[in-house]
Design a protein around this ligand. Sequence first.
Ligand code: ZN
Ligand code: ZN
Length: 250
Amino acid sequence: MGYTDLHTHTTFCDGRATPEEMVLSAIDKGITTLGLLAHSYVDFDVRYAIDPTRVEEFRSEVKRLKEKYKDKIEILLGIEADAYATEIYGGCDYIIGSVHYFKTPDGYRNVDMSREVLEKVIDEVFGGDPYLMAEEYYRTVERVGELCGANIVGHFDLVMKFNEDGTLFDKANERYRAAWQRAADRLLGEGLIFEINTGAIARGRRTEPYPDREILDYIKARGARLILSSDAHFKEKLAYDFDKYEYLLN
Ligand SMILES: [Zn+2]
Ligand SMILES: [Zn+2]
């Protein structure tokens, strides 16, 4: 059976391939269901987002491709809605809800731009306490169903992006564990799907997919519905390492 990859980005946001290039590459890789989506528009950080004036064009392009390649692949229209999205375009087959920012009294700060940026956020916003940072992050993650109408939670523990070596904080710390468990419990209760996201591996940022294995074990033990996703921004990265990690679905 072919793979499903529902988390991909194209030139309509910060991806590097057009929707049609993604579709052709997906067919080539034997993917049977492909979700094309864009980052929702956030007015405070337009670098990654879809330009609101291009939403209609994106929608009709996905529709055109859906029809053109219907005998070869199933194509879905999605959106990666940020918790602080200014605008969430409608008409999607599904919504991935993600947290990429901290909302602070002085504006929005990035979660996942770089380790240096996150360190600065911990120092300047959270008084040097990385657990306070993580608690704030997960308090927003737990609300992606409510805030974005999400069916899928995106890269649940993105806050671990630069902490695989444990030098930013200790993932076994009780405060950290309590923070993610609370968020996981709420999202599980609301029936959201969790993704096993290989995007950071493809970008050389991590060696393992999100979420961390302890979190994965926890949500699986509680009946989580799971999908593999690549978060691909390049056509070559579609279904990245799915063969290696598909066993995690079971
Ligand atoms: Zn994301
Ligand atoms: Zn994404």
